[in-house]
Design a protein around this ligand. Sequence first.
Ligand code: E4P
Length: 217
Amino acid sequence: MKFFVDTAEIKDIRDLYETGLLDGVTTNPSLIAKSGRQFKDVIKEICSIVPGPVSAEVAATDYDGMIAEGHVLAKLAENVVVKLPLTIDGLKATKTFSKEGIKTNVTLCFSPNQALLAAKVGATYISPFIGRLDDINADGVELIENIRTIYDNYSFATEILAASIRTPNHITEVALAGADVATIPPAVIYKLADHPLTKSGLEQFVKDWKSTGQSIL
Ligand code: E4P
């Protein structure tokens, strides 16, 4: 499963890219607003750090506006993926970009039928929002399982990008469900490496090694 980081914070992106764990980046208008920076500057900077796919979301909600903005975003860097909302206009724009060879990420997906529509118009990625479904007492992971089954039934090439990830458990669950990618907040990526037995085991090894008085170098 590929790991994307869900942030517009440059320092977090740079640090995570250096770990070798990062395959791409997703942003959205809320994350851009939080960064307090100019949208296009942020996207260009992210693309200069991470060579993998970087999702940049359109602000327009009508077809013509999405097409105009998507073309601007796609020209910012070769690895930009145009992110579009799961509406009829967004799907129509996805079809147009797909024909033009521009990569797309269809966002705000909350049902298997929505994911089916995105695959039919040739979306590169579909983003089902796991955490926001869990928030309303629905089952986000079950949505990933259902989309996996539908896409496999028809051999759709659209990649399932599990989004709105909140916890390390979400990562295990979406990996078991067969998501192709997870886009994860930086803090959750770091938490994946934590285990109390790793911590206590390493402390003991360090202590015992010191007691030998030896040096490897
Ligand atoms: C996905 O592309 C979105 O940017 C993101 O995962 C939304 O997460 P949230 O529900 O925590 O805002």
